[in-house]
Design a protein. Sequence first.
Length: 277
Amino acid sequence: MFSIIIPTYNNLNYFKICINSIHKNSKYKHEIIAHINDGSDGTLQYVNINKIKHTYTQENVGLCSGINFASKVATTNFILYSHDDMYFCPDWDEFLLKEINSIGHENFYISGIMIQKKNGHINFDCGNTYDDFDENKLLKNYKNINFYDNQGSHFAPHVVTKNVWNAVNGFSEDFNPGIGSDPDFNMKLWNYGIRIFKAINNFKVYHFSSVTTRKKIGFVQNRGDKTFLKKWGITTEFFKKHYLKTDSKYIGPLEEPKKNITYYLDLLICKFRFLFV
């Protein structure tokens, strides 16, 4: 069904939660592909013992490179990228497949809705670490805590077809270790012609508040906002506001941004900021 790409860097306890949730809560069988950065915490041994398909680098090559390595061995028609600190709620794939089939073509970007202790689409406390994660509380309540189908999604977990993934060459590795890589990926999709950027309420994951991107050991942290500005000539905020219409209710495929006074004022600010990058 889906090739689920999960890059990980010595994050074994969260990685196990993620893998177990996919096995436990999926209706269909999927191809899980991990990319192991280092893996000296036991992650490499874990995937070998459990026969989890994976790619491997001895050093930490970063999130973007890891995603691309793993995607090269994917064998299904869909590339689904997930952080290693996400728990997939039951029947996520049934809802996702139904959504894809309703679109009827391959020019889409569909993502899930994140439940977090705070700062998620849905704020609901089921723990912030693997030690205090309350799975039973989540399973008892996830159906009753809802958001709306969201316009302009730009975050994991997300899925595109392999044809679209290959057309835009996956993630841009100049955004390693990963900060700012999601809006950059969306900008490449926009330029390719994708106009469906949708997060669906029934595809829910519990997210442990960006444990993945907080792990910076062994890698120089990038300034994704500056990298994006230098690359595209606009800020991520401008892109989300005027192109993706982020966080509004989904009403259909996006249109070209309206070039009104607000657009040009915001664009002027982008150009000013570009002078100081």
